[in-house]
Each structure stands twice: as C-alpha cells, then as structure tokens.
Design a protein around this ligand. Structure first.
Ligand code: SR1
Ligand code: MG
Length: 423
C-alpha cells in the first residue's frame, strides 16, 4: 500500500494484505504475515486503532476515518487530522523526549500512523475508575505540559519557525471547530447532540443554561481559546489521552493539536482529575474511595506544582524567543524584572486554566462526548448525584476564576461540594 492509492479504511481482515509489505511495520513485528494477529481496539470517538502482533513484536496502526466514528458518516471529518497528529507527535517527542509513543511510519494518503504498541499500559481514565493510585503521573504529565507548551511558544522558538508552525497547524480547522462548539457553546443551550442524565439533572441543566454569568464566562474562554495562539497545544489532553503503567506515562492522540493558549491543555487535564474525584462515589461499591479521593486532589496539587517549577526553570534557562527577551532583563542585570514577568505569565495561565477546567467539566456531563468516569456508574440516581456536584464545581471555577488564588483553595471547594449529600 502506498500513499498514492485512494483512501480505504483498513479492517481486521484486510490489514495484513495491505500492510504486509510495509517495511517499518515488518521490521518491528516480522514479515511473515501468516503469523500476524490483528485486533481493532479503538474505543475513542473518531478513529480506527489496530493492534498488530507478529512473530517478532507488536505495533499499533491508527487510521483516521472520513467521518466522526461516534456519530457516523452523517458527520464528515477530514482525514488530514492524521497529518496534524503525526506532526504534533514529532514535535512532542523532540520537546519532551520519551513522553509519546515512538512513530514508525506515516502514510498521509491513507491517514494512518504506525507506532509503538504500549504494553502493559492502560488508559489512565480506566486506571482511575478502578481506583489505582499511580505514583508518577503528576510529575510525568506536569513535565510534559511545561516542556511542550513552553518550547512550542515564542518564549523559546525562533519566531520565524513558530510562525511557520502556526500556519501549518492553522489548517486543523475542523478539529478546532469541534472543540469550539462542543466545549464552549453546546453545553449552554439545547444543542442537537447534547445529552444528560435525565430527568435527574433536568433542573440543574435548565439553571445552567439560564446562567448569564456562566454563559458570558464560557464565551470569554472560547474567545481566549480561539484568539490566543500562544503555543502548540496537545488540544485534547484528558485522562483518555494518556497511557500508564505504575511507572510510565505516555501521552497519545494529539490530533486536535493547534496553536492556542498554554492554559488550555493544563485546564483540560486538571478538570479530568477533578471529574475523576467527583465520580469516585459512584465506584465505591467494593469499598471506600476516601484514599483515592485524597490521592486525586494530591495529583492536582503536584501536577500544577511540577508544571510551574519546570516552566519557571525553562523560563530561566531556555528563554530564547522574542518574548520577554533576556536583553531587556538578565543582560541588564535585571533578574528581578524577568521574575516579575514570569509571575505575570504564570498568574494568567492559572486564571485561565480554571476557566477551561470549568467548561470541560460541563461539556463532559451535558454535551455529546461524555466520559467513562461518570458513564460507567450504572445507577442513574447515583450517577446524577456525582455529576451534579461536578457541575456545581465547574460553574464555580468558570465564574469565579479571577478570585481563586491557589489550588488548595480549589481543592477545599471540591472537598466541600463532595461532602454535600443532596443534588
Ligand atoms: C466528536 S469528537 C468528541 C470529542 O472526542 C475527542 O476525544 C474530543 O475530546 C472531542 O471533543
Ligand atoms: Mg482522542
């Protein structure tokens, strides 16, 4: 199969025939296709994902489909998202080595990426639902975010290179459009594809849709998302985009990559830890999840602290871009000025990440794309209680973000809301 053939979706049955001569794949898993075992394991919303095992190893073949898998061919989606995913992965690998799967091959025409099979890794979201406490995720993810977000910005890159990259990723229009609508707008009106736990949440949903301050703030976040092309984002950094073992963490699936605000990836990620926190009550049938709740709040504190420390370290050692240039500060013996500017930048990331986290929580409960943390709670009354608490928390973050000063303050609020028993 070459990049020149017309696009054709792979299947378990056709994969060996079509990729049997693919040199990078054969060199990973062995070229005797009679030994290949192929499974389709994609459980995301958009793509096909195959695990291919051969006599000498295994690999993952990920292929985009020309439509949204979750919805079907009534919602077309361009194959070029695979191009953006491939280019985002190569940049993430360069900026945060070891944090993403190794890439063996990219075929633009067939919209497929052949990459490292991560085993025995599982999706972080699943681990958190199972109540597993992973010791390294806060450090690994905090470092990943600081390194990729700092090194992809005008704080570090030559501005000519950053502008060329900005132009490249600006074409990821349709994936941005998904985020712009699904995250920032749909949850706040009766959008066609929305769903929520009903009738239990009907009253709260009506309240949120009538909440003028919330709607204004959600649109403010959308404005920042769309207009603040600061750095190359992962673009969809939630616990379903991270694979883990007890000791290893890898980020996957950056097909939503584009140039946006630093705070977006950080806010989305933290929101997913807070949602995991509020969902624990629904997974408590086999024993208390008190320790898991403490662990999850601890992870938010540590992730933010690692992010801040690494971002500050890079600010002091790798600030080679055109922003806040050293010639204005350190070179004039004004280290204090550089620190003052760093404080301002971190403060603005903090305020904005809270807003992004708030709307991310809302869209996972009220919009099209829900998350398994809540969805796997079978009892709808119990699920609704967990979701209602998360919605209240999300509203507080989004509306009061300028008045919240520390992550401890956020976590005290989460614990307080969690202890309230009524919807
Ligand atoms: C139609 S795509 C829905 C969601 O799935 C992806 O993982 C993104 O989070 C997107 O918003
Ligand atoms: Mg994804």
């Amino acid at each position: 199969m070459t990049g020149k053939s017309p696009f054709e979706a792979l299947s378990v049955e056709t994969l060996a025939g079509r990729l049997g001569a693919n040199e990078p794949l054969c060199s990973q898993i062995g070229k005797d296709t009679s030994q290949w075992k192929v499974r389709e394991v994609g459980d995301g919303n958009l793509n096909l994902v195959f695990i291919v095992e051969g006599a000498e190893g295994a690999a993952v073949v990920k292929q985009a489909l020309p439509y949204v898998r979750l919805v079907g061919d009534s919602w077309p989606l361009p194959l070029k998202r695979s191009f953006f995913e491939y280019h985002a992965l190569t940049r993430q690998q360069a900026r945060a080595p070891g944090s993403v799967p190794d890439i063996y091959h990219f075929d633009e025409g067939q919209a497929l990426i052949i990459m490292e099979y991560l085993s025995p890794h599982i999706i972080l979201r699943r681990a958190l639902i199972e109540g597993r406490q992973l010791p390294n995720i806060a450090t690994d993810i905090g470092l990943f975010m600081a390194r990729t977000l700092f090194r992809g910005s005008d704080l570090h890159m030559a501005t000519k290179d950053r502008k060329a990259d900005l132009a490249l990723f600006a074409d990821n229009v349709e994936l941005c459009d998904i985020t712009e609508n699904l995250v920032f707008s749909d949850p706040y009106f009766d959008a066609k594809m929305n769903r929520h736990t009903s009738p239990q949440l009907d009253g709260i949903v009506a309240e949120l849709r009538a909440d003028r301050d919330l709607k204004v703030e959600a649109q403010r976040m959308k404005h920042i998302f769309a207009a603040n092309a600061e750095t190359l984002l992962h673009g969809d950094l939630h616990s379903g985009s991270i694979m883990v073992t007890d000791t290893e963490t890898r980020m996957i699936d950056p097909e939503f990559a584009f140039y946006g605000p630093i705070a977006f990836d950080v806010g989305m990620l933290l929101a997913n830890f807070w949602m995991a926190f509020f969902s624990q009550r629904g997974h408590e049938q086999d024993g208390s999840r008190d320790a898991m709740r403490d662990y999850l709040l601890g992870v938010t504190v540590e992730t933010w602290s690692v992010f801040r420390a690494e971002f500050s370290h890079l600010w002091r050692t790798e600030r080679t871009g055109m922003l806040y240039q050293k010639s204005l500060f350190e070179d004039q013996d004004d280290r204090l000025g550089a620190e003052q500017a760093l404080d301002h930048v971190l403060q603005s990331i903090w305020t904005d990440l809270l807003g992004f986290a708030g709307v991310e929580v809302h869209r996972r409960i009220l919009g099209l794309a829900h998350n398994a943390d809540f969805e796997t709670i079978a009892d709808p009354d119990l699920r609704a209680r967990c979701e209602a608490k998360a919605l209240k928390f999300g509203r507080h973050l989004a509306v009061n973000r300028r008045h919240i000063h520390s992550i401890d303050e956020v976590n005290r609020l989460a614990a307080l809301i969690e202890r309230e028993s009524r919807i």
